[in-house]
Ligand binder design. Sequence first.
Ligand code: ADP
Ligand code: MG
Length: 681
Amino acid sequence: MDLKNDVKYVKGVGPNRASLLNKLGIYTLDDLISYYPRTYEDRSVPKPIMGIKDGEECLIEAVVLTKVTEIKRGRLCLYKLTVRDETASCNITWFNQSYLKNIFRIGVKYKFYGKVTNKNGRYEMNSPVFDQTGINKNTGKIIPIYPLTYNLSQNTIRQIIQNGLKTVEYELEENMPNYILDREKLMGKDEASYKIHFPDDFEEFKKARERLVFEEILGLQLALLTLKNKYVKDKIGISLKKDVGMDTIIKDLPFELTDAQKNVLREINDDMESQKIMNRLLQGDVGSGKTIVSIIATYKAVKSGYQVAIMAPTAILANQHLESFNQTLNKYGVRCELLVSSVTKKKKEEILSRLENGEINVLIGTHALLEENVRFRDLGLVVTDEQHRFGVRQRQIIASKGKNPDVLVMTATPIPRTLALILYGDLDISIINELPPNRRKIETYAVTSSLNERINIFIKKQIDQGRQAYIVCPLVEETEEIEANAVLELAEEYKNETFKGYRVEYIYGKLKPKEKDEIMQKFKEGKIDILISTTVIEVGVNVPNASIMVVENAERFGLAALHQLRGRVGRGEYQSYCILKYNSKSEIVRKRMQTMTSTNDGFVIAEKDLELRGTGDFFGTKQHGIPEFKIANLFEDVQILKRVQEIALKIEQEDPKLEKSENEPLKKLIQNKFDLEQLNL
Ligand code: ADP
Ligand code: MG
C-alpha cells in the first residue's frame, strides 16, 4: 500500500468525506494515519462513584438497581435508570432512545462512560455509552479524540483512521536504523503508528509518542545538517590573509574587549582565514558587544580587499549601525554607506554604481539590500542582525551576491543551546556570555495595579530629573485596529490625566515608516518624555537617556520578549529601571515575574522560560520560525530533544552525508518528509 495514495480510496471514505478530510489537511493515506489525536479519553479504568467531581467525564462500573423508566416531556422522552457501586449510587438519563428500555438486567454489572454531575453528593450521568462488564465495545479502552473534525463525528474519523491503519498494518517501512532503535529502546514504526491512535494503556501511548517525536525531531535536525553540508561543506569559500590582523583595530578601541568577545573573535577569525565558508551564529545579550565584534570582522574583510554587507531588520537599526561603523572605521579609510527604502532614487543609483565599482566598502541596510540591482564588486562578508530570524532563504539571497562569502548572523535573543540547534541548526554557534564590566544592573520590579499611583510618581520624578520613559502595552489581538485602539486609549489617558503636562507620544505598527522614524527621532533627541508603544514597532534604538521601561500587562509577554524590552534601557550612564505591571494570580505568572526580577542574564531567563513553560508562546516560536511539528512539542519534549541531538551530533561527525548503509533509512526519512527548498526556516 502506497502511503501517498489518495485518502479517498480508504475504506469508508469516498468523495464526500474525502473533501471534508481535505479541509483538515488530510490528502493522502500518510496524512490520515499521522492525523494524531489531540487527547484521549480513558474508558478503561472505572472510578468509584463517591467523590467524582461535578462535570467530570469518567467510567463507572456499577450494578443496575432499577428497571428503565420512561418519562414523557412534550416531544422529549427521558429514559432513567439507577445504578450503584460499592461507594454510592448514580442516576442515569438518556433522551429519546427507546431501545434502551429492554436492554439492562437488574442485578447485573455494567460499565458506563459519560459526564457526571455531582450536586451535593447526588450523582447523575447523562447519555453515557456503556457495555456489560466483560465486553469492551464502547468502553474498556483508551479512545482517541481528534483535534478538528468538521462535519465528521469523532466516531467516524476514528473508524476511518482505523481502516487506514489496517491497510498498512505490518507494511509500514521502518525509517529508523536498528542501532538507534536499540540504543534508545524505541518502539518500531509500525507499532507506534497504530498505538498512537489506539493504545491499550497510557504506557503504550507514551512509548508510541516518544518514538514518533523522536523521529520527527531527528528528521528535522538531519535535514538542517544536510542544508549545512549543501551550502557550506562542499563549497570553497574565501580565505582571508593571515597578515591582515584584527590587532590594529582592537588596540585602538577605547576599551578592553571582554574575554567572551575575544573568544568569539578568535572563532570568527579562524573561519575567515580558512577556506571553509563561515556560517556562524553570534548570540549575546543586548549590550554584550556584538556590534563591535562585527565591526572588527568587517575591518578584516575590508582590509583584505573585500566588501561587506550588513543587514538589519529596520531602517532605524540600520542607521544606528551606520553611526557605529563610521565612528570606529572611518579613521582607517573604510567607506560605509546606507541603503534603505527611503533613500531617493538619485542617491540610490549613485550608491549602486559606487558599490559595483568597489568604491563603497561596507553597505549597511535593510531588506533593500536583497534587491536584484544591488550588485557588489567583491562581497566577502555578510552580517545579518536578526531580531527575529531572517530565514535561510534571505541569507542565501544576500550571500549569492558574492562568491561564497562568509556569513555572520547576530541575534540578541538568548536561546538555550538545545533550541538553538533546532532554530539555527544550519549554523555554527558562538556565544558572548558576559557583559562589559561596570554596567549598572537594571533594577526590575514586578507590581500589581495597587501600586500604580506610586509608580506614576516615580516615573514623574525620573522625568523631572531629565530622563525619559518607555511604556509598552501588549498587542491584545493581532488586528491593527485593536492594536491602535489599545495604544490610543492608554495614550489619551496618560496624556490628559496621569501625565498631564508631560510630553507624551505614541507609536504603533500601522503608522507609516516615515512617521515612526520621525517619532523615534524625536524621542532620541529628547523631545518626548514618555513614549507609548506596542511591541510591533521597533524600539531597538539606542536612547541612552531613557531610564525607565514600563511594561503593561507583562503577564502577556514571553520572558524572552520582556528581557528584550528591558534591554532598551540601561544603555547610558544612568541607573535604569524596568517595571513589569502584571494582572494575574497564577502561580506560574508569579514565578515568571520573579525570574525577571532576580536575574539579568538572558540565558538564565531563556532556560527558566523553557522550564516554566505554561500556556502561551514564550519564545514567540512563530516569530522565530520554529517549524510546526505534527507531534513534537519543543517545550515538553526537551528530554527527547537532547537525546536526538546527541545522536545527530554523532552522525554529523561520523557520517554527515548519510552515506553509510546503516543510515540509509534516515536518508529516506528526510527525503520523504522535508523538501529542503521549501523548508523556509
Ligand atoms: P550589542 O550589539 O551586543 O547590543 P554593542 O556592540 O552595541 O552591543 O555594545 C553596547 C555598547 O557597549 C556600545 O556602546 C559599545 O561600544 C560598548 N562596548 C562593547 N564592548 C565593550 C567592552 N568590551 N567594554 C566596554 N564597552 C563595550
Ligand atoms: Mg572563510
